[in-house]
Design a protein around this ligand. Structure first.
Ligand SMILES: [Zn+2]
Length: 240
């Protein structure tokens, strides 16, 4: 005795900026599944359900989906960091052990020796102050790296980014304002590998060619960064 596997048809639809994987198979109802760890939103639907019906269904659950995603796909690390000696901090995808040194001079962050991240601060600097100095250091790196990437990709993709910015984001790695041709990137990307940073920059730039996360969008991604799926794996949750 054997069972014949029911024919499944998988596609991707966009519901107000959310990328939803749809599997059509021989079932009677619509089912919604959200994986907080990966940020994937999946719908199982009857074979003949239209995209419109599925979009309405997902839309009606929007608040619940947002809540699930923001709960567990926080881009921020789950380990609370206090910028104290001995903590592990990441830079460009690699771990470093933090050494905090009190010094009566302008605060400074530097990579010294193997796997050592040195933070020099004035004696008695608060945790907030120490964290802010580290953030500033991450920001300086991104503000050098992102324009370089944009410049490199603009002629290849035939788009133009008018403005970019770096900010702290809770649940996303980037956003794109298509009208203003402006992209925002998460400060946390400084902690991820350069390949992942490039992936997010390219993803945002592809939005200048295609607003939705649809077949055309993924076609561009395949064309520009054939290994984008692997790059995406380092990043939990949604890009945007
Ligand atoms: Zn996107």
């Amino acid at each position: 005795m054997f069972f014949k596997r029911a024919k499944e048809r998988i596609s991707t639809i966009d519901v107000e900026g959310m990328e939803v994987e749809v599997t059509r198979k021989s079932i009677k109802n619509l089912y919604l599944k959200v994986s907080p760890a990966t940020g994937r939103i999946r719908v199982s639907a009857p074979v003949h359900a239209s995209d419109r019906v599925i979009q309405q269904f997902v839309n009606s659950q929007k608040n619940w989906i947002e809540k699930q995603l923001s709960k567990k796909t926080r881009v921020n690390p789950t380990v609370e960091l206090n910028a104290q000696s001995g903590e592990t901090h990441f830079f460009k995808g690699l771990p470093y052990v933090l050494h905090v040194i009190a010094a009566n001079a302008k605060p400074k962050v530097s990579l010294e020796g193997e796997g050592k991240l040195v933070l020099r601060v004035r004696p008695g600097s608060s945790k907030e102050k120490r964290l802010r100095i580290l953030d500033d250091w991450y920001r300086v790196y991104l503000k050098e790296e992102i324009p370089r990437l944009i410049k490199q990709w603009e002629p290849i993709m035939g788009v133009q980014v008018k403005e970019f910015g770096v900010k702290k984001m809770k649940t996303r790695w980037g956003t794109c304002n298509i009208k203003a041709q402006r992209i925002w990137l998460s400060l946390e990307l400084a902690k991820k590998s350069p390949k992942s940073l490039e992936y997010v920059v390219v993803h945002e730039m592809v939005h200048l060619l295609e607003r939705l996360h649809n077949k055309r969008f993924h076609g561009f991604m395949d064309q520009f960064l054939p290994d984008w799926r692997e790059r995406k794996q380092e990043l939990n949750g949604r890009v945007c």
